[in-house]
Design a protein around this ligand. Structure first.
Ligand code: AMP
Length: 420
């Protein structure tokens, strides 16, 4: 033994492990969301974990660029981890446009990476679930994105989820008169985007520190707050309603800015009032990004769900079922003599589609039951010499402790009946 205790290995700050209970909850939620995505005709796409850094950099704005993980690979190339899925998807469109249908709609689910200061609801590696529609400028596609978003959150059980909507173009037009050579309109928007976090005085102070006159900064905020929905937004809102989204789930928010630079039209954000750790989804229209990447002119609109925050909010609001993804039966190992009979029982249960674990040793029965309890496995099958002699098995229900002896041929039926 070394004198010094070995240092415990640990995850990097902002990166997390998910043990089975958390992972099962995450998988459950992901399946619900995917079911709605597919109900809206979105098809899955996957993009790689490394991209050229030149693709990722310069698309989001300087604040975000600083958060991109980039490094030189072994071949001397500058590479980067995805900051979101919008830019990699725009690359897919630019690269594969000819192989894709005209009005392509896809969903994509993957982890993205941002070198942020970790805190609750803010991680360095987190999962985003994106839906996007390419090729259409129609407000109908914006409305489909909003409706699919609403129904995805509703499917998980979020009753009070709000989709906030604004028109980024109208915002830019209203703010342009306030921009100066030192503080361009995007910089003004990035500050206004922080309104939820640092309130109006904070935004004015930040704009002043950037070099805007304080009175002008205040006037800019007042002008924006008085805006009405643009004609384009009114068309989106009308279609959203016709698609069956209740009025109270949608909110026109003239101050909503979204921090990223690539948005060109409608912008969206999802919040759940009872969840304090930030927005649960964000997106909008980005009609110029694909062309900017060298692809053909391809209008696009989409949204990214912050999956980790969805899981946290769903957990906080008790929206997840208690027992998830667990094993149905533990087959105990009584001893060498009945080993084959026990394994044959496990094979039978599995062939019937039941989730079955074989105890991997010949410990005392009490220990084997304890493992079932610890893992919350509701049923245990025991085949000892008596059971083996009669071609039967003892079925123990860990929830109440009842035991019954059943014929091997009836084991599957008995287990299914117990599971209900
Ligand atoms: P964005 O790509 O910045 O528009 O973010 C879309 C959604 O991703 C947000 O609404 C959040 O729910 C989620 N999100 C953004 N940054 C983080 C982060 N650092 N950790 C966890 N979730 C995040």
């Amino acid at each position: 033994m070394a004198d010094k205790a070995k240092e415990m290995p640990r995850t990097l700050k902002g990166f997390r492990d998910f043990l089975p209970a958390d992972k099962a909850a995450r998988d459950f939620l992901e399946q619900r969301v995917v079911a709605v995505f597919e109900r809206f005709g979105f098809q899955p796409v996957e993009t790689p974990t490394l991209e050229y850094a030149s693709l990722i950099m310069g698309k989001y704005g300087e604040d975000a660029d600083r958060l991109v993980y980039s490094f030189e690979d072994r071949g001397g190339r500058r590479v980067a981890l995805p900051y979101d899925q919008t830019v990699p998807s725009a690359r897919v469109l630019a690269q594969h446009r000819r192989d894709l249908p005209r009005y392509f709609r896809r969903y994509a689910i993957r982890n993205v990476f941002r070198a942020e200061n970790p805190q609750r609801g803010r991680y360095r590696e987190f999962k985003q679930c994106d839906i996007d529609i390419f090729g259409s400028r129609s407000p109908l596609s914006d409305a489909e994105i909003v409706a699919c978003t609403y129904f995805s959150f509703a499917e998980v059980g979020f009753r009070d989820a709000r989709v906030r909507i604004n028109d980024r173009r109208a915002l830019v037009e209203a703010l342009e008169p306030f921009a100066t050579p030192d503080v361009d309109v995007f910089s003004v928007i990035r500050s206004i985007d922080k309104l939820d976090k640092i309130d109006a005085d904070g935004v004015v102070k930040e704009l002043a520190s950037k070099g805007l006159d304080e009175a002008q900064a205040r006037r800019a905020l007042d002008t924006v707050s008085a805006l009405e929905p643009s004609e384009n937004l009114a068309a989106v809102l009308g279609a959203v309603r016709a698609l069956g989204v209740p009025d109270e789930a949608i909110e026109f928010s003239p101050m909503l800015a979204r921090g990223l630079d690539y948005y060109t039209g409608a912008i969206f954000e999802v919040t759940v009032p009872s969840f304090a750790s930030g927005s649960l989804a964000g997106g909008g229209r980005y009609d110029e990004l694909i062309e900017q990447l060298g692809g053909p002119e391809t209008p696009a609109v989409g949204i990214a769900f912050g999956f980790d925050r969805m899981v946290e909010a769903a957990t906080q609001l008790n929206l997840l079922p208690e027992a998830l993804g667990g094993t149905d039966v533990l087959v105990a190992i009584f001893g060498e003599d009945t080993l084959d009979a026990s394994l044959a029982a496990a094979a039978r249960l599995r062939a019937a589609g039941l989730r079955c674990e074989v105890y991997p040793a010949t410990d005392k029965m009490g220990k084997q039951f304890k493992l079932a309890d610890q893992k919350r496995i509701p049923l245990v099958v025991v085949i000892g010499p008596d059971e083996a002699a009669q071609n039967s098995a003892t079925l123990r229900d860990m929830r109440g402790g009842e035991q019954s002896v059943v014929a091997i041929d009836e084991l599957v039926g008995a287990v299914k009946q117990r599971l209900g």
